[in-house]
Design a protein around this ligand. Structure first.
Ligand code: COI
Length: 361
């Protein structure tokens, strides 16, 4: 047998049974972590080396580490799902490996071979299998990320990089699960501009969303929706997820990938499932003014947010400085509900997987 790519170098002292049970019986999102983490290091001379799995533990980092000053970092998000027979699977890891590398190119970070990406997930989940929950709708959220650790205050791409994967047993991202959320449309803030990092999954884009998100939350909204920075007229995406709308005639629309939107794996999979089902799907510009009119007139009958964390979450209400509209009757729509069922049935192994999206860990 081949030596594992990410050997277990140090066995963590595992969380005690009662602490483990306490976490697994009260799953929320992203607050508890497993016993281990996967890791590899990179320098220009050595390339990727020292692949390993060790204890989940604080990082030792120079206060001068480039990531702390200039934000040279990228991340990914995917989930491990437990099927009824006990086996553990992830969803489209090749998509996330490719996106990590697209982000790496934009942030001047080294690319990681897809085999290493997938092996890091398998090794971590192998070491932390007991943290993959069984409860319906729960999963082990996997967070691969890459950071610039070189201690150097000059502004250039760093010469010492770490890749890590941590894992968190999670329930739904929104506390109420598959229940409609209210969205605040940011008109004074933008997430990214043309030529910026919008298509990359990097911390800076999420940092840009925090203040608008906080203001939206204070007003009673779960998420903020960003408009394009160039014209301030088109929907782009929410703080951490993509957005779809559904017309009364069944057409499904989502903003096209303009370079300023993060291409979600859930977004791509939903488009595929809809096309499989013969539905009309359009990736196009969605103008806010028109959309509000279409919601008011009943031409748009459903809207939802989607992402690995959010899965598919109905949008019941859309508001901004001078408008406040309810989508249809504000309840989860039929197409949204069917999509949620189809996608999660595939992910949890309850339905055929026609595109071989599931990967056994
Ligand atoms: C995701 O994993 O879906 C993200 O985009 C990250 C964050 C919203 C938790």
């Amino acid at each position: 047998e081949l030596a594992p790519r990410f050997p277990l170098t140090a066995n963590a002292s595992p969380a005690a049974a009662d602490a483990h049970a306490q976490v697994m019986d009260h799953l929320t999102f992203g607050v508890a972590f497993t016993d281990h983490m996967a890791r590899a290091s990179w320098t220009p001379a050595e390339g990727w080396h020292a692949h390993r799995v060790g204890a989940f533990a604080p990082l030792t980092l120079s206060p001068a580490a480039a990531v702390l000053h200039y934000g040279q970092e990228i991340f990914e998000g995917l989930k491990a799902y437990r099927h009824d027979d006990g086996s553990v699977w992830t969803f489209r890891p090749g998509f996330n490996a490719a996106r990590l590398n697209a982000s790496a190119r934009r942030l001047a970070l080294p690319e990681l071979p897809e085999e290493d990406f997938v092996a890091s997930l398998a090794a971590l989940v192998g070491a932390d299998e007991r943290w993959v929950p069984e409860a319906a709708g729960s999963s082990l959220y996997l967070r691969p990320f890459m950071i610039a650790t070189e201690p150097f205050l000059g502004v250039r791409s760093a010469h010492a990089i770490e890749y890590l994967v941590i894992a968190s047993p999670v329930g739904p991202y929104f506390v109420h699960g598959f229940q409609p959320v209210a969205i605040w449309v940011a008109q004074d803030y933008h997430r990214v501009g043309r030529g910026g990092m919008g298509a990359a999954k990097t911390g800076g884009n999420y940092a840009a969303s925090l203040l608008p998100q906080q203001e939206a939350y204070a007003k009673g909204f779960e998420q903020v929706c960003f408009l394009d920075a160039a014209t301030g007229t088109h929907l782009e995406e929410l703080g951490g997820m993509n957005v779809f709308v559904i017309d009364a005639d069944g057409t499904v629309r989502t903003p096209s990938l303009t370079g300023t939107i993060l291409e979600g794996g859930t977004r791509a999979s939903i488009l595929q499932l809809l096309r499989d089902g013969g539905r009309t799907v359009r990736e196009e510009t969605i103008a806010l003014t028109e959309l509000l009119e279409q919601i008011r007139s009943g031409e748009v009958v459903e809207a939802f947010a989607c992402g690995t964390a959010a899965v598919i979450t109905p949008i019941g209400r859309l508001a901004g400085e001078d408008f406040d509209v309810t989508v249809a009757d504000g309840a989860p729509g039929q197409v949204t509900t069917e999509l949620y069922t189809t996608l999660t049935d595939i992910q949890y192994g309850r339905r055929e997987d026609p595109h071989d999206w599931m990967y056994r860990l």
